[in-house]
Write a protein that binds this ligand. Structure first.
Ligand SMILES: [Zn+2]
Length: 160
């Protein structure tokens, strides 16, 4: 049997998880559906019966639906709820979903003890050191002074 699951990292919380890569039925699924149809045909009608074709089509539909649902369900992150398909369709809805799931999980008693805490690997805004903060403030003050000076000078030069 081919291995259909793959390890990947969540685009939002950066935790490793497994996703299912199989999206549609394969020859194996068709063969198994056929086998189960033949079995059910002999159970229901004890003979070869054309109604089994309908049964076969239905079992193929069920198999396909099952595989698509399994693929779609494993796509969203179990830790933070990030879903790449929903993100592509509607980023706002995705933000709402992740915010809701994160706030729900924060309420759990074991939230901070989890090994895969969704907030653990989120990118942090770098904290400014006191020196950097002073330099930034100084730059803003001098810019404001330059603006004020140029505002005074412009009417003066115009008056000449
Ligand atoms: Zn995640």
């Amino acid at each position: 049997m081919a291995n259909n699951s793959k390890k990947c990292f969540c685009a939002f919380c950066k935790h490793e998880r497994r996703i299912n890569t199989k999206r549609h039925i394969t020859f194996n699924n068709v063969f198994l559906s056929l086998l189960s149809t033949v079995l059910l045909m002999f159970v229901f009608w004890q003979n070869i019966d054309p109604r089994a074709i309908i049964l076969f089509v239905v079992s193929l539909c069920i198999a396909e639906a099952f595989i698509i649902i399994r693929w779609r369900v494993t796509l969203s992150c179990p830790y933070c709820g990030f879903d790449p398909i929903l993100y592509k369709r509607s980023p706002e809805k995705m933000v709402q979903k992740v915010t809701r799931i994160m706030s729900e999980q924060r309420g759990c008693s074991d939230f901070w003890l989890r090994t895969k805490n969704p907030t653990a690997r989120l990118a942090k805004r770098p904290a400014l050191s006191i020196k950097d903060e002073l330099a930034k403030n100084l730059k803003e003050i001098s810019r404001a002074q330059i603006d004020a000076q140029s505002a005074k000078e412009i009417p003066a030069t115009r008056g000449r």
